[in-house]
Design a protein around this ligand. Structure first.
Ligand code: COS
Length: 379
């Protein structure tokens, strides 16, 4: 076991940290208020290759290993979890193509992302959340057999209004169910495809979340990923690959909140002493330190298992569930340590707390993660 980052990883982390300090931190408040990425930020992220971290080198990306990608997302999330979510959701949408795309699809799809454009992963619907197999968007084969007509509505789609290209899950079986789920590549601007309302969220406000509407949207069969009915497997494999990264973003949020409240505790004087000298505060700080360190190791472990080509579904769920629970707990306690100052927008910790909450919900609620962990442990 080697817990140290190598020189290349250290250099990547240094470059990302610099970008975060210069291009993200000065604008976090603005992005939180406007609910948009700072003007020009996307191009700067793209210029550093951050939209292509998961894309194989042969298709123009930088094809990094999962441990390094996790370290990058942790750094981004220390600056702004909304920005980290934008980038991570782009990678989430790359996985179905990495996993099941043919070379032509990979070339077409990744060429779009490599041109500073985002991708989005569209599985969730108003009636389809935890029960991922219940997708009601329909894909009906056209009479000439050359394509499909898509009809339905997706919701809570990260990057919905920003993405140039989408992976959309629809059911090719009239009777629905897991065995009819099929994945398609759909380009922005395809007739019959429109972006619906943008959500006004509690946290990760820099990231864009919208509805997607498909009304007689024709998609050629060349855009189908894998076989008909293979979509559930593609979705599950994708979520397995991406869940440790939700863990990494959670660790970044927790670490940032932890650092902020430690700094505060050292300078906040009550009863004639810094509050950091009081044992009750020290106990909270010690618990936070243990939780963040443990969460980071579990995230790195799941990423490492993926990199080794090992089966890592259970570890991905453990990493995501634990780190997001830790982020919620640490950010809540960071607000507590900072008292009234923690609760106001002059300090960053209230934002960390709002940002942490979604980590327990998206890419599979923590109840679903516990279900996966229990099933993989017991059966
Ligand atoms: N990898 C590969 N295959 C998987 C899998 C995984 N992680 N999880 C399940 N499968 C397979 C099963 O092996 C089974 O295959 P067979 O029918 O050939 O035996 C099939 O998929 C159905 O599995 P299962 O019966 O467990 O499916 P369920 O409908 O009970 O649902 C959960 C499984 C709950 C785990 C799934 O629906 C899920 O992950 N839900 C959360 C969805 C989510 O994360 N949404 C977030 C929005 S997208 S950002």
């Amino acid at each position: 076991m080697d817990f140290a980052y190598n020189d290349e990883q250290k250099e990547i982390i240094r470059v990302v940290r610099e970008l975060v300090e210069k291009e993200i931190v000065p604008y976090t408040r603005e992005m939180d208020e406007t609910g948009k990425l700072h003007e020009g930020l996307l191009s700067k992220l793209a210029a550093q290759g951050l939209l292509g971290v998961a894309i194989p080198e042969e298709f123009g990306g930088i094809g990094l290993d999962a441990v390094t990608i996790g370290a990058i997302y942790e750094e981004l999330a220390k600056g702004c979890a909304g920005v980290a979510t934008t980038v991570a959701a782009n990678a989430l949408a790359s996985y179905p193509v990495i996993i099941s795309g043919n070379d032509d699809q990979k070339k077409r799809y990744f060429d779009i992302i490599n041109k500073d454009s985002l991708a989005a992963f569209a599985l969730t619907e108003p009636g389809t959340g935890s029960d991922a197999g219940s997708v009601s968007t329909r894909a009906v084969k056209t009479a000439d057999g050359k394509g499909y007509m898509l009809n339905g509505t997706k919701c809570f789609i990260t990057n919905g209004a920003l993405a140039e290209v989408f992976v959309v899950f629809a059911n090719t079986r009239k009777t629905g169910g897991i065995r009819g789920l099929t994945a398609f590549i759909v380009r922005k601007g395809t007739p019959g495809f429109t972006v619906g309302k943008a959500e006004n969220k509690m946290g990760i406000r820099a990231s864009n979340t919208t509805e997607l509407i498909f009304q007689d949207c024709y998609v050629p069969k060349e855009n189908r990923l894998g076989r008909e009915g293979h979509g559930f497997r593609i979705a599950m494999d994708t979520l397995d690959a991406a869940r440790p990264f939700v863990g990494a973003v959670s660790v970044g949020i927790a670490e940032a909140a932890f650092q902020a409240c430690c700094e505060y505790a050292k300078v906040r004087v009550q009863f004639g002493k810094p509050i950091a000298s009081f044992e009750m505060v020290q106990s909270m700080i010690a618990d936070m330190a243990m939780q963040v360190a443990g969460a980071r190791l579990l995230v790195q472990h799941a990423c490492w298992m993926k990199d080794q080509g090992m089966e890592f579904s259970k570890e991905a769920a453990i990493a995501k569930c634990n780190a997001s629970d830790v982020a919620m707990n640490v950010t809540t306690n960071a607000v507590q340590v900072m008292g009234g100052y923690g609760y106001i927008k002059e300090y960053p910790v209230e934002k960390y707390m709002r940002d942490a909450k979604i980590m327990q919900i998206y890419e599979g609620t923590n109840q679903i993660q516990r279900l996966v962990i229990a099933n993989k442990t017991l059966y």
